[in-house]
Design a protein around this ligand. Structure first.
Ligand code: SIN
Length: 324
């Protein structure tokens, strides 16, 4: 639970459209992400003028280019700030494209007892009507809420849990959904209205230090590939992966397949995936449907992702293999 006395905020910048710059104010797609310093974004938000805040630029990237080294730097800074008693919560500015992956990694690894709030924008900072300042303002309201905890994503007045959030639209300023689970809550004029409990947190301390150490000691995540089953799919890609898998740290450890419907997989692809399993590769099936989950049933040929989307199932498997 958050310490009611703590009032200090930390804002960590990683880039994204919220820090994007376009040459024309009416251009909401032809901009360059990750250009404006996070200190400038903070200066645009009136709510932050009255709040003691530490601001750090951890990265300045388009989140499509997310790499392990940025996650490591981010997780380390988040953990260090969580341990400061005067810090109430952390806000992270991030691109929308992989925010659901960063949120998932931070929640799975750290399970923080204070709020870690990722926020973003669909329009660059230079837009005629940018959405970033309001999203950042809402994220601050969430991070300062005395009951808040865990990793969440705040965008368009909605609070999404790290395990459920997914980008579901490439253009709208409200691009995220939480599927069947639903939003955690909403922010209305800096006040929170909650619909569901906050994400699970560690029972002792501010975060899970042991899991963080397991991330910090590697130079690459265990290699887990992601593929789709579709009409006309075959096993060629799996066989190519198996025959080109190098020895050592980069060897193929897992495959997540986004199956059709209830996690079904084309027969030809399934044969190759079984061969991969026989060679010690972990295979998990998720559903390529935008909503719902694979409903487990007796005799299913592959283990399912326990409700995780394909991209999150890939990360879950990689993080699990990290510890094995
Ligand atoms: C990014 O993900 O960094 C670019 C796209 C966005 O933030 O909307």
């Amino acid at each position: 639970m958050n310490d009611n006395q703590a009032r200090r905020l930390v804002v960590l910048g990683t880039g994204g459209t919220i820090a994007g710059r376009a040459t024309q104010a009416n251009d909401n797609v032809g901009y360059v992400a990750g250009q404006v310093a996070v200190s400038e974004l903070v200066a645009m938000v009136p709510i932050l003028a009255d709040c003691p805040v530490d601001v750090e630029q951890v990265a300045q990237i388009n989140s499509k280019d997310m790499v392990l080294s940025v996650w490591q730097a981010l997780a380390q800074r988040v953990a260090a700030h969580l341990d400061r008693p005067e810090v109430a919560g952390i806000v992270i500015t991030h691109g929308t494209d992989t925010i659901e992956e960063t949120a998932f990694v931070l929640q799975t690894l750290l399970m923080p007892s204070k709020p870690v709030v990722l926020t973003c924008a669909m329009r660059p900072a230079t837009a005629l009507v940018p959405d970033g300042p309001q999203n950042l303002s809402d994220a601050v309201a969430v991070a300062l809420h005395p009951q808040a905890s865990g990793v969440v994503v705040v965008c368009a007045g909605r609070i999404h849990g790290a395990l459920d959030v997914a980008k579901v639209h490439p253009y709208r300023t409200d691009p995220f959904g939480s599927g069947d689970a639903g939003d955690l809550g909403c922010v209305e004029e800096a006040r929170l209205r909650m619909f569901r409990p906050w994400p699970q947190a560690v029972s002792r301390g501010t975060h899970d230090a042991a899991r963080l150490r397991s991330l910090m000691r590697v130079t690459a995540l265990p290699r887990v590939e992601l593929m789709f089953s579709h009409a006309g799919a075959d096993g060629e890609m799996v066989r190519a992966l198996l025959s080109h898998s190098p020895a050592g740290a980069q060897r193929l450890r897992g495959i997540v397949v986004a199956g059709t419907g209830n996690g079904t997989v084309h027969d030809d692809l399934l044969i190759a995936l079984k061969q991969a399993q026989a060679r010690g590769v972990d295979v998990v099936v998720a559903s390529r449907c935008a909503q719902g989950r694979v409903v487990p049933h007796p005799g299913q040929p592959l283990p399912d992702s326990a409700g995780l989307s394909p991209v999150k199932a890939r990360l879950a498997l990689a993080l699990q293999l990290l510890e094995s």
